[in-house]
Design a protein around this ligand. Structure first.
Ligand code: KIV
Ligand code: ZN
Length: 521
């Protein structure tokens, strides 16, 4: 296939994706994710918003140094300070992209920016021209593009290209458009903007109406050649278009969408895993990367599958890196086999300490549980990775539950190296456990979610518990697995709390522009 038919994949998991409630990632997590993305074949990785915080700046800087194939990008508003910060963070990469944006809808210009259209036009010219001083690779976005007046959009797209933008991105910032409307927007730009052939048109869709992927693909069919998306579809509010869905739709329906992407689809599961480990779990029925995406439950489907896979399978699990779930190892399996298994399951860059902890837990589990499956091993490693970063750790837990007696928990915690003990009663064992944590590490957070899933089948299955908490508008998610649901509950809450502590310590945004909060885009 010719170059003309290539659709560039611009990933914004670590920028727009990180704006999901509960999705903040540490520097180490971002580095780990970047390595996987680089291998996956993503063309451009938006590594962050450098002016937003020192943490974002450092992440963009570190990622720019390690990418071997992908081009790093940083986001900036339409001002010199933002663009300077972007350049400073990206400059160690041999090639980099500055992505600058400004709102262009009547609503945003008036109420968010408090600027006239003429002032916005001036800001576009100045910002794009300024960014071009640092790199040939400048992308310009018209925020709230799908609610922007079409004649105005044609005029400013032409101006941005004239000022030096090589990529022009049309965001559906609030997830408002539909496939037919978006087709019309892209087609109008292609037909009416005289210099449109001098830039690549890009689409960036949010999922508020569940249409992000459909709208992105409509944009591509109408002539866009870059899609901005995130792994697992994470992102502001209902999220962004999911990278894995875009890529697999193009691959599976290549008869209708004759384009190519550079994505090595067999690595999609691994990418999903590394992102969900750092953020939150993927829903079971999520297309492509959900646990049930290739599971066939109904007898009639299973029968069809046995006769011919294609009866109910439009793509193979192997094509996205899902290996057939196997009965893995038993208690006699050694450390070497365990390590091999981890790499098979897509765990890269796992430290020796984590392997050691996970292997110890595996041995205990193999003693308790008849069958140890791949998913069990994955849960153990995920758990060990969380524990490695904790400043609060569970040392011991005893729970008294059942009928009659009040439910009670006795707990010992290691809090910043100090061992503390307490016992509390509660409205149920989980309530008693959470109360103990609150006594031993006083804090004031709101519990938004408490969820339990069995990792595999059987009453001896491990339970994965997810806990989401909120403090001053910031949310974090903790996950933990154990054959004892109550131990998993305690560890999940503690993991969420540890992440909140990291988040608290992140410095506040470096600057604010007019009435626009840096993160409030
Ligand atoms: O959704 C949006 O408009 C954005 C822009 C900054 C590209 O994320
Ligand atoms: Zn966005």
């Amino acid at each position: 296939m010719s170059d003309k038919d290539k659709v560039f994949i611009f990933d914004t998991t670590m920028r727009d994706g990180e704006q999901s409630p509960g999705a903040s990632m540490s520097l180490e997590e971002k580095i780990q994710i970047s390595r996987v993305f680089d291998e996956l074949g993503i063309d451009i990785i938006e590594a962050g918003f450098p002016i937003a915080s020192p943490g974002d700046f450092e992440a963009v800087k570190a990622i720019s140094k390690i990418l071997k194939n992908s081009i790093p990008a940083g986001l900036s508003r339409a001002n010199k300070k933002d663009i300077d910060a972007c350049h400073e963070a990206l400059k160690s990469a041999p090639r980099f992209r500055i992505h600058t944006f400004i709102s262009t809808s009547p609503l945003h210009m008036k109420h968010k920016l408090n600027k006239t259209p003429e002032q916005v036009v001036d800001a576009i010219k100045e910002s794009v021209t300024y960014a071009r001083k640092f790199t040939d690779d400048v992308e310009w976005s018209c925020e709230d593009g799908t609610r922007t007046d079409m004649d105005f959009m044609c005029k400013i797209v032409e101006l941005a290209i004239k000022s030096g933008a090589k990529t022009v991105n049309i965001p559906d910032t609030v997830g408002y458009t539909t496939p037919s409307e978006f087709t019309k927007i892209i087609t109008t730009l292609k037909n009416k903007v005289p210099n449109i052939d001098k830039a690549i048109l890009s689409v960036h869709c949010h999922n508020d109406l569940g249409l992000a992927v459909a709208n992105s693909l409509a944009g591509v069919s109408a002539g866009a050649r870059q899609v901005e998306c995130t792994i697992n579809g994470i992102g502001e509010r209902a999220g962004n278009a999911a990278l894995e869905e875009i890529v697999m739709a193009i691959r599976t329906r290549n008869d209708l969408m004759p384009y190519t992407t550079g994505i090595k689809t067999e690595l999609l599961s691994k990418a999903s895993k590394v992102v969900s480990n750092a953020t939150f779990p993927v829903q079971f029925n999520k297309a492509i990367v959900g646990k049930n995406a290739f599971a066939h439950e109904a007898g009639i489907h299973q029968d069809g599958m046995l006769k011919n896979r294609e009866t109910y399978e439009i793509m193979t699990p192997e094509s996205v890196g899902v290996k057939k779930t196997s009965l893995v190892m038993g208690k006699h399996s050694g450390r070497h086999a365990f390590k091999e298994k981890l790499s098979d399951l897509g765990y890269v860059g796992v430290t020796d300490d984590v392997i050691q902890t996970a292997f110890g837990k595996f041995k205990i589990l193999a003693d308790k549980k008849k069958h140890v499956y791949d998913d069990d091993i994955a849960a153990l490693v995920d758990d060990s990775m969380v524990l490695e970063k904790n400043v609060i750790n569970l040392k011991s837990l005893k729970v008294f539950a059942g009928t009659g007696e009040p439910q009670k928990a006795e707990m010992t915690l290691d809090v910043y190296g100090e061992v503390k003990k307490t016992s509390e009663t509660g409205d149920g064992p989980v309530d008693a456990i959470f109360k103990c944590i609150k006594i031993l590490f006083p804090h004031d957070v709101k519990l938004l979610l408490y969820q339990v899933h069995a990792v595999t089948e059987g009453t001896d299955a491990q339970a994965t518990v997810s806990v989401r908490i909120e403090e001053n508008g910031k949310t974090t998610v903790g996950q933990a697995a154990d054959t004892d649901t109550l131990v998993a509950s305690a560890n999940a809450y503690i993991a969420a709390l540890n992440k909140m502590i990291i988040k608290r310590n992140k410095t506040a945004p470096m600057m604010e522009l007019e009435n626009e909060k840096v993160r409030g885009i």
